[in-house]
Design a protein around this ligand. Structure first.
Ligand code: URA
Length: 233
């Protein structure tokens, strides 16, 4: 790529202003003063006034309030609606981070930044994810203790979870459940293992990131601060 484009894409200044830097002899490529129109590639070390300049990768970051009835995949073999159908059509290649079941609602992040996607989904990082769970009927203290301490799924004990009852009526109990893993259908299976039937499940938080202001089915870009927060979570 042309050196002025390289510098401009790296955020140094406009192409024209970068041409001036080059003519002033302030830009070097691999230690040699650069010339106008010179071609550079990703292996070249480009400096301006002695500081190394590198191409900024421009990643995209979005948050969605997923409704139920959508599959979290880029393309569904069975022809069902996917979360991609809810994204604006002019968006480039972005992918959902992790998965929410067809019948689960709530917070879903999309990005083209593979490093962040890995960070948020790798079990080693124990990223807390909080769910609003509604179950039919009541739940015993014994069942709550089991959910908090870990239940056996596929022969492996789940990690400790935070489980709080937030509302109890005659027919339903609402809880907030925070887990730090992401096994397949984990929350549903945790409740099945204590004989509770989930009739509504929604992810309401990833770390402290919430769905505030986003209606069901809506999508928005994450702010720089939110991206920074997730990168350091
Ligand atoms: N746990 C579940 O059971 N389903 C989800 O979609 C997410 C977490």
């Amino acid at each position: 790529m042309r050196i002025n484009k390289f510098l401009a894409d790296s955020g140094v200044d406009s192409r024209r202003a970068c041409d001036k830097l080059i003519s002033d002899g302030r830009v070097k490529v691999n230690g040699k003063i650069a010339s106008l129109g010179e071609e550079v590639d990703l292996d070249d070390v480009v400096t301006v006034d002695g500081s190394v300049v590198s191409l900024k990768k421009k990643f995209e970051y979005y948050i969605m309030n997923k409704p139920k009835g959508y599959v979290t995949t880029v393309k569904d073999d069975k022809g069902r609606k996917t979360v991609m159908d809810l994204l604006p059509s002019n968006i480039g290649r972005i992918y959902p981070v992790g998965r929410l079941d067809y019948d689960t609602e709530g917070l879903l992040i999309f990005t083209s930044d593979g490093e962040l996607a890995n960070r948020l989904t790798h079990p080693r990082n124990e990223i807390p994810k909080t769910y609003l769970v509604r179950i039919v009927g009541k739940i015993s203290e014994n069942a709550l203790a089991k959910l908090r301490n870990g239940v056996i799924l596929d022969g492996v004990k789940t990690k400790k979870a935070t489980v709080k009852v937030v509302n109890e009526t005659q027919n339903f109990t609402k809880l907030h459940v925070t887990i730090t893993e992401g096994k397949n259908r984990q929350v549903r299976r945790m409740f099945e293992s204590v004989n509770s039937e989930i009739d509504f499940l929604k992810r309401i938080k990833v770390g402290d990131l919430t769905l505030r202001g986003l209606d069901r089915g809506e999508v928005r870009k994450l702010t720089k601060e939110e991206v920074y927060y997730l990168q350091n979570l």
